[in-house]
Design a protein around this ligand. Structure first.
Ligand code: SIN
Length: 476
């Protein structure tokens, strides 16, 4: 069989869709676990897109905030590409049909979120930016003649010829396998929030793409850096928690302890808008000491229109945020680490590319700045898409064949145990002895399912980084 001219993109979130759209006219096969992006973390993103659009704002100022949040662990080339590409990314999204929120004079409304030194965030549909982006990009991909979509499939294997990735193994809901070849493979499979007992991600953000790349021998980096969002809606015993957007704190909401005192006064000069890791640790400790609440009552009657997603989630659980504080807890939110790639998404394995949260080009350093993640998906997705247009075929249909498969999944009880373990040992506050014990437990679980192996690799990275940096905070 001859190698098809198409590229195979795995993942139907913002990064995968932006890559697929930008690859035109190169033929693309887009593989998605969901039917139309509904299982992608992008759909849940409430924060907006950071872009230096205001008069007086610059890519340099945005880059400065990105690197301060990232504890200067960031890759400068990637940060420059991100912040210089931000305004163009917003304009491209508008051309795809995204209607960003505007003020009474028709100007783009710019909000402020933690770690930004000025208002810089565009939103769509209030706190429904991710959903609005996905609506537009899914619709654009549906009518794009160069994109063929296969929905409802899981990719659990990589096909190699002479060490070069040239296809994937896709498995459908009925357990049927199919090998799908392409001149390049892109993983855009999202993050690892699902590995933790509490996450703001959908369950599909389970680390499966990262585990597959590691099984094939791709290099990874910065795996210890996991960002916890300080304010998920606290629902005991629930794995995937609704997010309570940071934009509420930008609009004046305040974090309170059990006694109604401010949680953040005196902790950081930016108080409630301090960098996310600092707020997450404070909320983590408060939850241990009796609980944490977000008082957003000052948003008042405008709540349902300004923050419709949070409003619905609260009301669904019997909390009216217009008149009562919202119980909150930290939740695994974003993985700064991932498959090591350059700014064009090339991994260390020939033929394999990665983009979005599963990838790590170093742009976020040790801690991602608010509203830089959808932006990352669009900027680096479009960049990778442009590269894919020009990639030559491997021309090697007969080389030594290999199929690298991810191990089977852990069974439900073991997976639940692993998630609790990750939350305890790899949460916002870490400590050497707990990490060592967790590594041994993960080692034992690795024989039972791929999540154990991935967790062991992440815990190992956390153990090797002995000093605190960004989201990796060690009390020992
Ligand atoms: C939020 O809305 O608080 C999350 C935004 C982000 O993760 O960038």
């Amino acid at each position: 069989m001859s190698t098809p001219a198409r590229v195979v993109i795995v993942g139907g979130g913002v990064a995968g869709l932006a890559t697929a759209l930008a690859a035109a006219p190169a033929p693309v096969l887009l593989l998605d676990r969901g039917r139309g992006g509904e299982t992608a973390a992008s759909t849940l993103a409430q924060g907006g897109i950071a872009a230096p659009m205001a008069v007086g704002d610059t890519p340099e100022a945005h880059a400065r905030d990105t690197c301060v949040a990232g504890s200067h662990h960031n890759d400068c080339t990637a940060v420059e590409a991100l912040t210089r590409g931000a305004v163009e990314a917003v304009e491209w999204l508008q051309r795809q049909g995204v209607a960003f929120d505007r003020d009474g004079d028709g100007r783009l409304q710019l909000g402020r979120e933690g770690g930004h030194d000025r208002p810089r965030i565009v939103h769509a549909g209030g706190d429904a930016t991710g959903a609005k982006l996905m609506e537009a990009l899914v619709a654009a991909a549906r009518v794009a003649p160069h994109i063929e979509r296969h929905a409802g499939v899981d990719v659990d294997g990589l096909v190699l010829r002479d060490g070069r990735v040239c296809g994937v193994r896709a498995t459908d809901a009925g357990g049927n396998h199919e090998a799908l070849h392409g001149r390049a493979v892109v993983l855009a499979t999202g993050g690892i929030g699902g590995m933790f007992a509490q996450t703001s991600n959908p369950a599909d953000a389970d680390g499966g793409g990262l585990a597959l790349a590691l099984a094939a021998g791709a290099d990874a980096r910065d795996l210890e850096f996991v960002q916890f969002h300080p304010t998920a809606l606290a629902l005991p015993g629930v794995h995937c928690l609704p997010l309570v957007t940071e934009a509420l704190r930008g609009a004046g909401a305040r974090l309170l302890d059990e006694a109604g005192g401010s949680l953040m006064d005196g902790v950081h000069p930016l108080a409630d808008l301090a960098p996310r890791d600092i707020v997450a640790r404070r909320v983590w400790r408060a939850c241990r000491d009796g609980g944490a609440w977000l008082d957003a009552q000052r948003v008042g009657a405008a709540f349902p229109t300004r923050f419709p997603t949070v409003f619905r989630a609260c009301m669904d659980h019997g909390i009216d945020p217009r008149v009562q504080p919202i119980p909150v807890a930290p939740a695994a939110h974003f993985h700064m680490g991932g498959i090591a790639v350059d700014a064009d998404g090339r991994s260390s394995l020939p033929g394999l590319h990665a983009v979005g949260e599963v990838a790590c080009n170093g742009v976020h350093g040790a801690n991602r700045l608010a509203s830089n993640s959808l932006l990352e998906g669009v900027v680096f997705g479009r960049r990778l898409g442009r590269l894919l247009r020009t990639l030559p075929g491997s021309g090697n249909d007969r080389g030594r064949f290999a199929l690298v498969r991810r191990k089977p999944s852990l069974d439900a009880p073991r997976l639940a145990g692993l998630r609790e373990l990750m939350m305890r040992a790899m949460g916002p506050v870490r400590e050497g002895e707990a990490l060592r014990a967790a590594r041994d437990e993960c080692e034992a679980l690795a024989g039972h399912g791929w999540q154990g192996g991935l967790a062991r690799t992440m815990v190992g990275a956390a153990l090797r980084r002995r000093q605190s940096l960004g989201a990796h905070f060690r009390i020992d």
